[in-house]
Design a protein around this ligand. Structure first.
Ligand SMILES: NC(=O)c1ccc[n+]([C@@H]2O[C@H](COP(=O)([O-])OP(=O)(O)OC[C@H]3O[C@@H](n4cnc5c(N)ncnc54)[C@H](OP(=O)(O)O)[C@@H]3O)[C@@H](O)[C@H]2O)c1
Length: 256
């Protein structure tokens, strides 16, 4: 898969939610660039298939089933990565959920909590575990949070989701400042509309899709590979002077 020296050679990366969509594209791109990749999501069969795909293509990967809303599972994920590869250098907090589609007035506390559990408590827990590991090793590292352009503007009918992505951007910036002096960088990706199962309700709704495409300078919906390039950059040493940044990848949807 990688005859030439890749941009992530020697790095070990955990990518959550990497069995399909954006996370899978990131995991595959990381492996092509020479990283050792830890594939993680809830469903073991999905984890196995996505890991096998990388290995069959010549990459180095292991799979660990992990529900990021469960702190014990997050701990185990990092432990298994270290047991297999000896260290972790890069964490991509990519898994997310969006259980409620509708106006905020109808949003239950239960759905709000669920959204925060997966989209915020998960990244928070995993980040803290990986930070302890990096700081103990005295090693630099890169934490990448998959946020969304919906974390930077109003997100009608997806209020709870937008709140979590705004919180993730805030967490990214604050951590980047607090980690001054450690060599650990923290950045976020903010995709626009990307064709995945997660976004199928939007992408497959002609009216919504067309209204977004009409406002998008590059006149199309994104594909997962559009986002993976940004993740490779933020994981690699090419971005060694970049921290606390929110990299918008939306085809120009939110230019203004
Ligand atoms: N698609 C878009 O338009 C868009 C736009 C902006 C931002 N994003 C963000 O991009 C990220 C990836 O979304 P996507 O569109 O690629 O979604 P997707 O294709 O539906 O993939 C979601 C992945 O997350 C895993 N997952 C879901 N819940 C999980 C949990 N609790 N713990 C661990 N893994 C979990 C899924 O596998 P299992 O079912 O096996 O757990 C799957 O691998 C999310 O953070 C999303 O908010 C997406």
């Amino acid at each position: 898969m990688h005859e030439n020296k890749g941009r992530l050679e020697g790095k070990v990366a955990i990518v959550t939610g990497s069995t399909r969509g954006i996370g899978q594209a990131i995991a595959e791109a990381f492996a092509r660039e020479g990283a050792k990749v830890v594939v993680a999501s809830r469903k073991p069969e999905g984890v196995e298939a996505a890991t096998r795909k990388i290995v069959d293509a010549g990459g180095d990967a292991i799979g660990v089933p992990c529900h990021v809303g469960k702190p014990e599972a997050c701990k185990e994920l990092v432990e298994k990565a270290i047991a297999r590869y000896g260290k972790v250098d890069v964490l991509v907090n990519n898994a997310a959920t969006n259980p409620y589609f509708g106006p905020m007035r109808g949003l239950s506390l239960e759905a709000l909590r669920k959204t925060f559990e997966v989209n915020i408590e998960g990244p928070f827990t995993l980040t803290r575990i990986v930070l302890d590991h990096l700081i103990e090793r005295g090693a630099p590292g890169s934490i990448i949070n998959t946020a969304s352009v919906l974390g930077t503007m109003a997100s009608p009918l997806q209020g709870a989701y937008g709140m979590t992505k705004a919180a993730l951007i805030s967490m990214t910036k604050t951590l980047a400042m607090e980690l001054s002096g450690t060599g650990i960088r923290v950045n976020a990706l903010a995709p626009g509309l990307v064709e995945t199962r997660f976004a199928s309700a939007l992408v497959e709704n002609d009216e919504i899709r067309e209204s977004i495409v009409a406002k998008t300078a590059l006149e199309r919906v994104g594909v997962p590979e559009d986002i993976a390039g940004g993740a490779v950059y933020l994981a690699s040493d090419e971005s060694s002077y970049v921290t606390g940044h929110v990299l918008v990848i939306d085809g120009g949807w939110t230019i203004g």
